[in-house]
Design a protein around this ligand. Sequence first.
Ligand code: URA
Length: 186
Amino acid sequence: MSLVELYEKYCQCQMCPLHAQGRSQVVIGEGNPSSPLMLVGEGPGADEDRLGRPFVGKAGQLLSKILEAAEIPREQIYITNIVKCRPPGNRTPEPEEMSTCIHILRQQFQLIRPKLIVLLGSAPTRAIIDPKARITQVRGRWIERKGVRFMPTLHPAYLLRNPSAKKDAWSDFQQIRDAYYMLLQG
Ligand code: URA
């Protein structure tokens, strides 16, 4: 299956209650389908739901700035979320919504085969690494699973609320940049 076929398969998805809670479209993800680096956020917000693209609202603009400062071209990597439909009021997705939706993300892992996966915030970190993980404790270190390295880091929306934490995210993204360029250099 290709990413286009994946989108066609799930663009009308009704597998969890979010489909009937005001989402206007499924936001599957975007970017380079052969990138060694994938970023996984929480779920689409209002702007993402309107435009059908991940991370295009205020948090997304901050993410773009961080990527630019780290010299990681946004269009060269792949960006998605743990849930593909907007939770009402931009709330955190419920564990059941994440566990229902995660098979789409697993198919994206299979299709794209990233070597580095950045988990933005608690929701993807808990869904993928450890349901009890505390992001402030696990961030900033690579966790290797089956040859893939995962880096939990702070969500850009958290950074907007807590600007003093930007230095921590920046130190994480410097590690991410170094690992990304090492991989590109082969
Ligand atoms: N926050 C997320 O976690 N994902 C988005 O796509 C936008 C905001």
